[in-house]
Design a protein around this ligand. Structure first.
Ligand SMILES: *Cc1c(COP(=O)(O)O)cnc(C)c1O
Ligand SMILES: [Zn+2]
Length: 419
């Protein structure tokens, strides 16, 4: 099975382009990567993955950011605004409070547009150029649209974003708007937006840059590579576990792919692969349901709700890639309440780290897994925080303290402070 940790390095098919090709994860059909626009398998509609004739070792990586990992990507460079190389913060108080051997926060909110989506877009927009398309599109809970708008306009292409009306945080719409995307507000949830944009893409109206697009996940692999290198530098060992929020399960799939490729290259022992641990909001937890039930497929949830709008998704398109990732690495998936998410957002804020609600799901999930004894105190853990606090100023203000009105004189302010 191509998605197993024990999979061996495949031979390049005749239609490989410079050692790069696409392969269906269901039926193993292969395709030339850049001859035609294609998102899924022509034969069976299965998800595609990018394959390489040569896989790099750690020694092959040089430079900073996503393109440090060019040897693990389809191109040497892309349409870039210096994405990646995000901080792997120490959080000593939170680490002690959660009670693990080591806890680090990989803060993807520190990317150029404030979320990890930039890592996928720098590669995806480069591929769009290769294909010669001129209009890019995505459905989005917000951050994908911000990244697509920024990278699309930097690449000189038109961008179209479909957003669920009333369910996208203010910062994200502002970004898409200023970077010049045409914003279509859909009277429906994210999953409805994705259905429509997939149909538009199928009809040739635009090039799709949702995480269904296998090239975006290539860029997102670099999160995993940075975490491994960071832990190795600081602890002399890779993390035992990586905890991450799950929406469409693109990151879960991408990190798993990064690790599989390192195993195939002989750079990582299958036993040392970090346990991929997904966290969803209780109101939008179809992946958790599938993991708990041992199901091979995820059941689509038609009604989803959570204040973590970035993961308000009922039909995670990358589930067929992510479920094996969670299982093969010995990880798990867990659902957390919106209250626990907000508490975790405050915990991170106390350590000086500002994240949007969906991001805090990782820390909330880790706390719950510690409480349930599923994570033990000897583990070294990385929690992924996916987006910046300023993405959702309303949620931040609601979770924080209120401004206090004071008179415009020093005496009055002192009196207020003593009161
Ligand atoms: C897109 C996004 C997610 C979901 O990531 P997936 O890779 O789709 O699981 C989580 N958090 C934030 C802030 C996001 O923007
Ligand atoms: Zn197929």
């Amino acid at each position: 099975m191509s998605l197993s940790l024990a999979a061996t390095q495949p031979e390049p098919p005749a239609d490989a382009d410079d050692g790069v090709w696409l392969e269906c994860i269901e039926c193993s059909e292969t395709f030339a990567p850049f001859d035609d626009v294609r998102y899924t398998c022509d034969e069976c509609d299965g998800l595609l993955e990018v394959r390489y004739a040569d896989l790099p070792t750690f020694d092959d990586f040089a430079g900073e950011g996503v393109w440090r990992y060019a040897d693990a990507l389809p191109f040497e460079t892309g349409v870039t605004t210096q994405e990646g190389a995000t901080p792997l913060y120490e959080v000593p108080r939170l680490e002690a409070d959660v009670g693990v051997e080591a806890l680090r926060i990989k803060h993807e909110g520190m990317n150029p547009t404030g979320s990890f989506k930039d890592r996928g877009m720098t590669v995806g927009v480069r591929v769009a150029k290769e294909l010669g398309v001129d209009r890019l599109a995505c459905a989005s809970t917000g951050n994908t649209s911000a990244a697509l708008a920024a990278y699309g306009s930097r690449g000189g292409m038109e961008t179209l974003v479909l957003l669920p009306a009333g369910k996208v945080a203010a910062g994200k719409i502002a970004q898409a708007s200023l970077h010049g995307a045409r914003i279509l507000e859909v009277d429906g949830n994210f999953d409805a937006c994705l259905d429509i944009v997939q149909e538009l893409a199928a009809r040739g109206e635009a090039y799709l840059l949702n995480s269904l697009n296998p090239f975006r996940l290539e860029g997102q692999k670099t999160i995993g590579l940075e975490i491994l290198e960071g832990f190795r530098d600081d602890y002399g060992a890779f993390p035992d576990r990586i905890v991450l929020p799950v929406g469409n399960a693109g990151n879960t799939s991408a990190l798993y792919k990064a690790f599989r490729e390192l195993v195939q290259a002989g750079e990582l022992d299958a036993d040392d692969v970090p346990k991929l641990t997904g966290v969803q909001a209780a109101g939008a937890a179809p992946m958790v349901e599938a993991i708990e039930n041992g199901a091979d497929e995820v059941r689509r949830w038609d009604d989803v709700e959570t204040r973590a709008t970035a993961i308000r998704i009922g039909n995670p398109v990358n589930a067929p890639k992510a479920l094996p990732g969670i299982r093969e690495t010995g990880g798990t998936a867990i659902a957390v309440s919106d209250e626990a998410i907000t508490d975790a957002q405050r915990d991170l804020a106390e350590e000086g780290i500002g994240v949007e609600p969906a991001s805090a799901a990782s820390v909330a999930g880790l706390r719950k897994l510690r409480a349930e004894g599923i994570v033990d105190d000897a583990e070294r853990v990385a929690c992924l925080t996916t987006g910046h606090l300023l993405k959702d100023p309303d949620a931040a203000a609601a979770a924080g303290s209120d401004p206090e009105p004071v008179p415009a004189d020093t005496e009055g302010v002192i009196e207020h402070l003593q009161g």
